[in-house]
Ligand binder design. Structure first.
Ligand SMILES: Cc1ncc(COP(=O)(O)O)c(C=O)c1O
Length: 459
């Protein structure tokens, strides 16, 4: 009966909207990072979105508690961004980014450089977070080659890190499920430090007091393989995709010191934390530690057009430039879609909104309210840990039968309760849009409580 009414609803909806909100077939699309078989039995399609709300193909409304994949912090359907893209497309839809350019990408680079810390003022465009990390790895190698330090070709990542899905970014990442099928083709020479989550961090709000000494793993690795052989160490200032691991106090400072001692470049992957999620433009500024390269993506265009960025210290750029004779290409690297007009126009519009609406301070002012809300869920029986910083939170759900099952089920219960969040294994990631008001945060927390409680009852 339910199935029949669902089919009638779908047919009706298709007739009235004449849009592909409900496709004829789900078979052909191989969905990324998804349980395809499960989805195709019970599809969750988003038909349209406005502000902090998403509407499903079944006519339900969800509050977007994860800002999409952390990438829509200014909400959906922002007219300023849409208009900027439309205007750009009418004027110049594409231009080759190699050996020629267009004004907008230079204007955006200047704007980004004004917001990055210290002298990370040279801006390289990529097409996503993975390609930003891949580019940072290659820039580090090119820099040391230009300096005559060819031996520096090893990279250090961290357990539970996520840096994307290309071979280099995958290898420096530290989430086992992501690499297990691909171990034979990983980048050579990569070592990992331990992650920073300690048992006593389970219900800590903000930065934990203990664990700063875990940074000494880098010192240990340097003594084992020779600090002079390491090109760079890459970390997310807050490990995002693994479920929000906030750096212990002093940890990032200690990493910086060890890098300086051995001449190792420090890369902060700010694909998630960049552009305000911590309450500062970059986590680097929030935690008072300046890396040598910063990668960013997601919020750069409010997630509307793919774009990644690498911000690089001037000395790195200069070294690479000076190593090549005039008239030759200094770095044999780039993408067809590096800094293309449509992405740049979206990013410029985003920058304008950041400034006009004082977005980073907005996050700063509401962070405690959001974190208090998250920790108010501590009484729910199946919750093992709650962590967070700024507008980023992680909740661990007790494992049920096998890893990942509980997290996926809670995600589905939250979806039914009218909340969109991102699960990773048994961790839930909550990353509200920056435009949220207190009432939206209340709604996210209330629906989290409903979704998690319904999961507990479903035992
Ligand atoms: C920290 C970090 N780096 C890199 C990436 C990869 O970004 P993309 O999916 O745009 O390639 C992600 C994606 O979530 C990320 O969280």
């Amino acid at each position: 009966m339910f199935l029949l009414s669902m089919i009638y609803y779908m047919i009706d909806h298709m007739k009235s909207s004449n849009s592909p909100d409900i496709p004829n077939s789900l078979n052909e699309h191989w969905m990324p990072f998804s349980s395809n078989k499960d989805f195709k039995k019970n599809p969750r399609l988003i038909a349209n979105a406005k502000g902090v709300y998403l509407n499903t193909h079944e006519g339900h409304t969800l509050i977007d508690g994860s800002s999409g994949l952390y990438c829509n912090p200014l909400g959906h359907g922002r007219k300023e961004i849409i208009d900027a893209i439309k205007n750009q497309l009418e004027k110049l839809d594409y231009t080759m980014p190699f050996q020629q350019g267009y004004g907008g990408s230079f204007e955006l680079a200047t704007k980004i450089a004004q917001k990055t810390p210290e002298d990370l003022n040279r801006i390289f465009y990529t097409i996503c977070g993975s390609t930003a990390v891949e580019t940072a790895i290659k820039i580090a190698i090119a820099y040391f080659k230009a300096k005559g330090e060819d031996n520096r070709c090893r990279f250090i990542g961290r357990d539970r890190g996520y840096h994307g899905m290309n071979i280099g970014s995958l290898t420096v990442g530290g989430i086992l499920n992501n690499v297990k099928v691909f171990t034979n083709i990983l980048m050579p020479g990569v070592k990992h430090m331990r992650h920073t989550f300690l048992p006593e961090h389970k219900f800590v709000k903000g930065q934990p007091e203990t664990g700063g000494e875990l940074a000494d793993d880098l010192e240990k690795i340097a003594s084992e393989i020779g600090g002079e052989n390491i090109a760079a160490c890459i970390v997310e200032p807050i490990a995002g995709s693994t479920g929000t691991l906030v750096p212990p106090k002093g940890y990032l400072q200690r990493l910086r010191k060890i890098c300086d001692k051995h001449g190792i470049l420090l890369i902060f992957d700010e694909v998630v934390t960049g552009w305000g999620r911590t309450g500062s433009a970059f986590a680097s500024q929030e935690f008072g530690v300046t890396p040598d390269l910063i990668t960013m993506a997601k919020a750069t265009t409010n997630g509307i057009v793919p774009m990644g960025v690498v911000a690089v210290r001037e000395k790195i750029y200069d070294q690479v430039m000076n190593a090549s004779p005039d008239g030759t290409i200094e770095l044999f690297h780039g993408y067809t879609y590096s800094g293309i007009p449509v992405a740049v126009s979206a990013a410029l519009a985003v920058q304008e909104i950041f400034e006009k609406e004082d977005i980073f301070n907005r996050v700063k002012n509401l962070s405690d309210y959001f974190q208090d809300g998250l920790h108010s869920l501590k009484d729910l029986k199946c919750i093992e840990s709650i962590r967070g910083y700024g507008f980023l939170g992680g909740i661990d759900i007790q494992m049920r039968e096998k890893p990942g099952k509980a997290g996926f089920q809670v995600y589905k219960e939250c979806y039914k309760a009218g909340l969109n969040i991102k699960p990773t294994g048994d961790a839930l990631i909550i990353a509200p849009p920056f435009i949220c008001e207190k009432k939206h945060i209340d709604e996210i927390i209330e629906k989290l409580r409903t979704g998690i409680s319904n999961f507990v009852k479903s035992k």
